[in-house]
Design a protein around this ligand. Structure first.
Ligand code: CP3
Length: 359
């Protein structure tokens, strides 16, 4: 590895500066992405290893020397597809035939063979690792069971999550059984990604914050733990070295202390609604942290970006040192960002997160 800052920070080590990447870093804010997208459907790109590799590399090429990780181009919704559901992207996700009642669970495939259904992601990962040639580490990912459950039940994005919450309240046992079924596919899928070459795994629980704390604890946390434990034990069984695992439970800052202690993840991702120093106080030195600039800061102009980055760095540093911190936004980058403003974010990050830099 020419640049292993990400892996060192994930292990909680001190780094010369904070490794930085951004969620959705290969996406619509990049003209080179839009140009590929003009002639290819979203899921067609995901399923074509040459295209997925090309797009994964786009931000790495554009920001050479400024960006410290790549993330494989794919989507969390490939798991519902692998379980037999149709998913369209027009322009947001749309499931023509969502799960309306527990009887619909019977429509899902019984034994999902991840090599057969998701082998295209494994191919893309292996191909991307080769193309990266050790430049930066490659992150693999999947959606958390609760977040995927919401899409499978609502049939797309939802503001209220009315259907999903009705499921939890009316059919708690059936909901839990479905969540476990999704989790078991996640485990196989993540293990396959490591075998294919992924060097760190991130689980996106983007809908975690929609649940009351006691419902998050009852419905999401057990499957998040099942995934971290399941991936670790399967890798150990096959004598494959463990990789660091990141949990991004957006909106679940109330649970940070518990998650640091009991979730089995090495890194916890933060959204922008918690002060970094407060998050560090809650988790102690049990885990590394990732985050957490408000993505809309990138619309504030260069001066504001610099000011906010400097502030974030001061809040994440412990005793003036950068240790166990992976810098990122608090959620995905949005399509209207000027790529040059993102470059400026990366430049400011290198400057202000350096351990040597005066605060
Ligand atoms: O981070 C990366 O660059 C890797 C690729 C990646 C995508 N989606 C590509 C994508 C990752 C890690 C995701 C995760 C994902 N997908 C999440 C979890 C993270 C989050 O944002 O909360 C969720 C909830 C999804 C589901 C999804 N996919 C939605 C809601 C949408 C539409 C809204 C949007 O932001 O565009 C997508 C589409 C999608 N996934 C695009 C990209 C680049 C844009 C699609 C297009 O090109 O038309």
């Amino acid at each position: 590895m020419k640049n292993d800052l990400l892996l060192r920070a994930a292990r909680g080590e001190e780094t010369e500066h904070a490794p930085v990447w951004v969620m959705r870093q290969a996406g619509r804010y990049l003209p080179e992405f839009r140009s590929v997208r003009a002639t290819h459907e979203f899921f067609e790109i995901c399923r074509t290893p040459d295209l997925a590799t090309e797009i994964t590399l786009q931000p790495i090429r554009r920001y050479t020397g400024l960006i410290d990780a790549s993330i494989i181009f794919s989507d969390i919704l490939v798991i519902p597809q692998a379980m037999g559901m149709e998913v369209l992207m027009n322009p947001g996700p749309h499931f023509p035939d969502p799960l309306n009642t527990p009887e619909d669970i019977a429509k899902l495939s019984k034994d999902v063979d991840v090599n057969q259904e998701l082998g295209y992601v494994f191919k893309a990962i292996t191909q991307t690792r080769l193309a990266l040639d050790g430049e930066v580490p490659l992150i693999g990912f999947c959606g958390a069971p609760w977040t995927l459950f919401v899409y499978m039940v609502e049939g797309g994005g939802s503001k209220t999550l009315q259907k999903s919450k009705s499921w939890l309240l009316k059919w708690p046992e059936e909901s839990k059984a479905l969540l476990v079924r999704i989790a078991d596919v996640c485990v196989e899928y993540l293990v396959g990604q490591v075998k294919a070459g992924a060097q760190l795994l991130q689980i996106f629980d983007s809908n975690a914050g929609e649940l009351a704390p006691h419902h998050f604890a009852e419905f999401s946390v057990p499957t998040l733990q099942r995934i971290s434990a399941g991936v670790r034990s399967k890798l150990a069984e096959e004598n494959i070295p463990a990789v660091p695992m990141t949990l991004f439970a957006k909106g679940a800052n109330h649970a940070l202390g518990f998650l640091a202690e009991h979730s089995g993840y090495d890194v916890l991702g933060l959204d922008w609604c918690i002060e970094p120093s407060k998050a560090r106080a809650l988790v102690g030195d049990k885990v590394a942290l990732q985050g957490n600039l408000d993505p809309n800061t990138l619309y504030g102009g260069k001066e504001a970006i610099e000011r906010e980055v400097k502030r974030m760095c001061e809040s994440f540093k412990v005793g003036g040192k950068t240790k166990g911190w992976i810098a990122n936004l608090g959620h995905g980058i949005t399509p209207g960002v000027d790529p040059e403003d993102l470059r400026w974010f990366f430049e400011c990050m290198q400057k202000y997160s350096a351990t040597a830099s005066s605060k």
